[in-house]
Design a protein around this ligand. Structure first.
Ligand SMILES: [Fe+2]
Ligand SMILES: [Fe+2]
Length: 258
């Protein structure tokens, strides 16, 4: 099975970049499933029904999110509906939506879990404990291909999660820091891993945000409004190959396309 995971798509420029590159790339590589992190796909912040529609129309089979999942109220009914959009599993139980889902195509099934880190992030249930129950339920379904989007800040927590899940899932892909890391690797028990898949958005930016706005906010601490960032964009992510029978990872490579 060939799975393409795409890092946080940021704003309208990120959405346009995805639309420009993804359909042809999917076809060329013969990709089975495409998972896209869309927590920053709406103009401003968060995810809206329109930006989610755009990601699906561009080729996403399932959308993951993160700490910005619930920023826009308009998305709540969508999260509670049938579309394959998930939010972190370890959000409070009263949060709308669900933390994992299954996508199915041509007789193949892939379970995707969205999980949020606990270090330097807003409160959530401990991710190491939270994932156990989801894995039990997925295993009961007999699904062998499982991908985890671990949306977290701390590199150490992400690597620890990779080793915690090594051999239990097909892939652990980090998101949230928007900077692609150079450690794509197969862990000893055949789980594909990367600390951060990167971002899809404006190249000369601070995590997809305008350099001037971001620098001013960091420099002054004042609540400066972010205007739309402009410039050339790049699509980043990872391409993961798994063994069709066992779900074990065979290969992972970084993707960076302009
Ligand atoms: Fe993000
Ligand atoms: Fe995030």
């Amino acid at each position: 099975m060939l799975i393409l995971f795409i890092g946080d798509v940021v704003g309208a420029p990120g959405c346009e970049c995805l639309r420009r590159i993804l359909p042809a790339y999917k076809k060329m590589k013969n990709i089975d499933f495409c998972i896209v992190n869309g927590e920053n796909s709406a103009p401003g912040n968060g995810i809206l029904p329109q930006s989610a529609d755009h990601l699906f129309a561009s080729g996403a089979d399932l959308i993951t999110t993160g700490n910005h999942a619930l920023r826009r109220h308009e998305i709540y009914p969508v999260l509670d509906g049938h579309l394959p959009i998930i939010r972190p599993l370890n959000f409070h139980r009263e949060a709308p939506g669900r933390g994992w889902d299954i996508v199915e195509k041509r007789g193949m099934r892939l379970a995707v879990i969205n999980l949020m880190g606990s270090l330097y992030m807003d409160y959530s249930e401990n991710p190491f404990d939270a994932i156990e129950k989801a894995l039990q339920e997925i295993n009961k379904e007999g699904i062998r291909h499982i991908l985890v989007d671990f949306h977290a800040e701390a590199t150490a927590e992400k690597r620890a999660m990779g080793f915690w899940l090594d051999g239990k899932v097909s892939a652990v892909v980090g998101t949230h820091t928007h900077v692609q890391t150079a450690d794509a690797q197969i862990l000893p028990n055949k789980t594909a891993y990367i600390t951060d898949a990167g971002m899809t958005g404006v190249i000369h930016s601070v995590l997809g945000v305008s350099i001037r706005n971001s620098t001013d906010r960091i420099r002054t601490g004042l609540p400066i409004r972010f205007e739309q960032c402009e410039g050339d964009c790049r699509l980043e992510g990872v391409l993961i190959e798994t063994d069709n029978k066992t779900g074990k990872a065979v290969n992972i490579e970084r993707v960076s396309l302009t």
